[in-house]
Design a protein around this ligand. Structure first.
Ligand SMILES: *Cc1c(COP(=O)(O)O)cnc(C)c1O
Length: 415
């Protein structure tokens, strides 16, 4: 085998053929499919089988695969300027930050400033440091919710309210406290003079697509304001039109002090951002935080393209419209007890006899990409550009698979 052959798709073929070696560390389960290309809502695997992508790389490719505007911006930027470091500036990052500030101002959050990073976890890490500097010595605790997800780096993991994810890595960094999501009294009870900030998702995405209960974010925002605590909202999964508003917090009409973004921000280009109101951001001084790639031109070119394109198509309205299509197509499906979530971040809650893992596998086989976000819930997060025909096709796959699984379960039951 020549070197060239080895590096070509034969590697992929061998992997799929069940070779027992893998070039990746075993932190992810065995990959179910190897995808080769995508266009809009569609994906094709290396055998050219077509799929509808109703997961979007976990709410990342919100404008669809191979989006023209994003692709053009990236290829233009790749031939113009990739990176210069933060000893200098570049017009691309500047424009991207101004666009984010503008959207946040329109959302009622006030005047703010942006720190660019490369992922959701990094945005949360930066927020945790900002909270600690804001609070000052002895007032450093971040209170977050049980069932939350804030990322995999140590600080973000410590903020994540899932003890099972902490278990292998103790001791966790100090200064984090968790309270039940949706319980204002429990949150108030957890506050003491060591607390600097409260950190919440508007909808717990990884936790199972659990929306904040009515009035919860409003009450938390009021408590934070009364006590001088930072109200930090993790919009990594909900931000940028996914829920039918530009930002998840807008549904509650609150104005957070600090907001974190990533996922849809780059439509697949790795980029994250921390936004903070100007008076909060000003507690940082030069040297307090940084990243080699902060505001790198290639990543922020994607941010500009994403925001401009989302504005041009009125992405929040598209999410609301497609949500209505999905809810209406699945309304007559007896195997789905209800649908949680908002916009195009939805959790299909299956009747108790179903195992979401098995359903996910069958859907994938049938050409529909989703995710079993917990034992009874299938997460669907199609691109905001999804067409009505694609929604109809995807929902008919869901109904067909659930009916088939229900029928085979019934057949096995002895009468
Ligand atoms: C995905 C996610 C993160 C982590 O983002 P990474 O880019 O994977 O580090 C953090 N917070 C929320 C709410 C997320 O959904």
């Amino acid at each position: 085998m020549s070197k060239h052959d080895f590096l070509s798709s034969s590697v992929a073929q061998e992997l799929l053929a069940g070779q027992d070696w893998c070039p990746f560390m075993p932190v992810f389960g065995p990959p179910a499919v190897m995808f080769a290309r995508g266009q809009g809502t569609e994906l094709w695997d290396i055998n050219d089988k077509r799929y509808l992508d109703f997961l979007c790389g976990i709410a990342v490719t919100s404008l669809g695969h191979s989006n023209k505007a994003v692709a053009r911006a990236l290829s233009h930027q790749a031939e113009t300027l990739l990176h210069v470091s933060n000893f200098f500036s570049n017009p691309v990052a500047t424009e991207a930050a101004m666009l984010i500030n503008g959207l946040m101002r329109l959302a009622g959050a006030g005047e703010g400033q942006v720190f660019f990073c490369n992922s959701g976890a990094e945005a949360n890490e930066a927020a945790i440091k900002l909270a600690r500097k804001f609070g000052g010595r002895g007032r450093h605790v971040v209170v977050s919710a049980l069932g939350s997800f804030h990322g995999r780096t140590l600080g973000a993991l410590a903020a994540t309210g899932q003890p099972a994810k902490h278990e292998p890595f103790h001791p966790m960094p100090e200064g984090f406290r968790h309270v039940p999501y949706g319980d204002v009294d429990a949150l108030v009870a957890a506050l003491d003079p060591t607390v600097a900030a409260v950190l919440l998702e508007p909808i717990q995405g990884e936790g199972g697509v659990i929306p904040a209960p009515e009035g919860y974010l409003e009450s938390v925002a009021a408590v934070c304001r009364e006590r001088g605590l930072l109200f930090m909202v993790d919009e990594v999964q909900t931000g940028f039109a996914r829920t039918g508003q530009w930002f998840g917090f807008e549904h509650a009409g609150v104005s957070p002090d600090v907001v974190m973004f990533a996922k849809a921000l780059g439509n697949g280009m790795p980029v994250g951002a921390l936004w903070a109101r100007r008076d909060v951001a000003s507690v940082f001084s030069p040297g307090d935080h940084g990243s080699t790639y902060s505001g790198t031109a290639i990543a922020t070119a994607a941010v500009i393209a994403v925001i401009n394109e989302m504005m041009a198509i009125d992405a929040p309205a598209r999410a609301r419209e497609a949500e209505a299509w999905i809810r209406s197509e699945l309304a007559d499906c007896e195997h789905i007890t209800h649908i949680r979530g908002q916009g195009l971040l939805l959790g299909l809650v299956l009747a108790p006899e179903f195992d979401s893992k098995a359903v996910y596998t069958q859907l994938l086989d049938a050409g529909l990409v989703t995710n079993a976000v917990n034992a009874d819930t299938i997460r669907v997060a199609p691109p905001l550009t999804v067409s009505h025909a694609e929604v109809v096709e995807a929902c008919s796959i869901v109904k067909k698979i659930l009916s088939a699984l229900a029928a085979s379960a019934t057949n096995r039951t002895p009468l």
